[in-house]
Write a protein that binds this ligand. Structure first.
Ligand code: FE
Length: 195
């Protein structure tokens, strides 16, 4: 399926280039930009600040788009970013049931599994089971909220700050915030015990 989709995308690109509608270099530049310049590091900075700065956290939860713009993040596929916060009681996970809507300015390009029909269909019906299969086993008492991203709103999960991180600055905290944690299929990493 994914091979078919890739072949189809390639065929479309070839056709657009052939017709002179698209410049192949521009396509490469866009992909390169979102893979290397943007990526989940932007989101990690946002989450690290929310963990360190209560006022920023409130701004982020009130208006994600505006709060990420404080870092200069925004643009295509990020016109409305909504931040949802994990707590000991509630765990948030994001999907796009329709296609693959994703907050590019903070997370870069979506991983392949996010676009897979299996994830998109099953995480809604059986979120606890899907998360467990992905390595995230949540206690029974934790409620799971599934957010359906769309062109109208793209969600960013603010994971729980891991224990043992009190002394860490924002840069060190950002290093614990993985892409998967910001989609809600993992927790933030624990700090490595220094040898
Ligand atoms: Fe979508």
């Amino acid at each position: 399926m994914t091979e078919v989709a890739a072949a189809r995308a390639q065929a479309l690109e070839d056709l657009l280039v052939e017709k002179g509608i698209v410049d192949r270099r521009v396509v490469d530049d866009v992909i390169e930009h979102y893979q290397t310049n943007v990526g989940p590091l932007n989101g990690a900075k946002v989450v690290a600040r929310a963990w360190s700065d209560q006022a920023y956290r409130h701004r982020l939860l009130a208006d994600g788009t505006k709060a990420v713009a404080e870092f200069g993040f925004g643009g295509p596929e990020g016109h409305r970013i909504v931040a949802v916060e994990n707590t000991p009681e509630v765990h948030n996970v994001v999907v796009c049931t329709l296609c693959s809507c994703y907050p590019w300015p903070v997370l870069g390009l979506p991983p392949r599994w996010y676009k897979a029909p299996q994830y998109r269909a099953r995480v809604v019906a059986q979120p606890r089971a899907v998360l467990a299969e992905m390595g995230l086993v949540l206690p029974d008492g934790v409620r799971i909220r599934v957010w359906d991203s769309s062109a109208e709103a793209r969600y960013l999960v603010v994971p729980q700050r891991p224990p043992g991180t009190d002394g860490l600055d924002e840069a060190a905290l950002a290093g614990l915030v993985t892409r998967d944690a910001m989609i809600g299929v993992a927790q933030a990493s624990s700090p490595q015990a220094d040898a």
